[in-house]
Design a protein around this ligand. Sequence first.
Ligand code: RB5
Length: 156
Amino acid sequence: MMRIAIGTDHGGFPLKEAVARAVKAAGHTVLDYGTDSLESVDYPDYAWQVGKAVQEGQADRGILLCGSGIGVAIAANKIPGVYASIAHNVYAARQGVEHDAMNILCLGARVIGPALVDDIVPAFLDAEFTGHQPGSERHLRRVNKIRTIEEKEEPA
Ligand code: RB5
């Protein structure tokens, strides 16, 4: 069981319930950081809350929503320890975790609908980072280079 932080702006709000349902159906706990209506808000505020929850360990992973998925992804990736990306298909949702240690999935509610959410969310939640498995060390090496860029603003 994982604790999954969910956050959205008004653009992503129409898909929030479908995401929460999919997280619970996969056997995980939802930590809901809002927003709770279609009233216009600023997506960085929600990306910040979910990103901090993941960075500080209050949540194991996060899912962020906005209209396109882009704004929340850009904002969340400014937080050290957050590896956020849009994945609007099952392959990317799984591989983003397995190869790239993605810990926040970003979705655009003006791009995909609830049926795709039902496939993408479990693919993201079931996946594990493979970089510590024999034969997959290259993934750990690459993620470590990302961490070095994060710390020093250069890859080595
Ligand atoms: C809000 O209208 C929209 O700009 C926002 O939800 C998001 O798509 C930004 O990336």
